[in-house]
Ligand binder design. Sequence first.
Ligand code: FES
Length: 86
Amino acid sequence: GFVVILEKSGREFVIPEGKSILEVLRDAGLDVDFSCEQGICGACQVQVVDGEPDHRDMFLSDEEKAEGGMMICCSGSRTPRLTLAL
Ligand code: FES
C-alpha cells in the first residue's frame, strides 16, 4: 500500500493492496470524476504534485505522463506517498 495526500485539503488516505485510489476516495465520500475504471476513458485523470506514480493505464501518452498526469482508477505509486492536485 501507499498514502495519497490531497493537496487542497491536506487529507491523507491509505491505499491498501488491491484497492484503487479512486475506490478509496469514493468510499470516503469524495466527488471524483470517473467512468470506465479500466484505464481507457480518461475521465479520472488527475495531476500529480509530488511522488512518482506507477502508471497502469492505456490512456496517457508518455508526454502526458511526463507532465504529471495520472489515472487514479488503475494506477498506483512507486513512492510511499503520492500528493495529488485534488
Ligand atoms: Fe476511465 Fe480511469 S475511469 S481511465
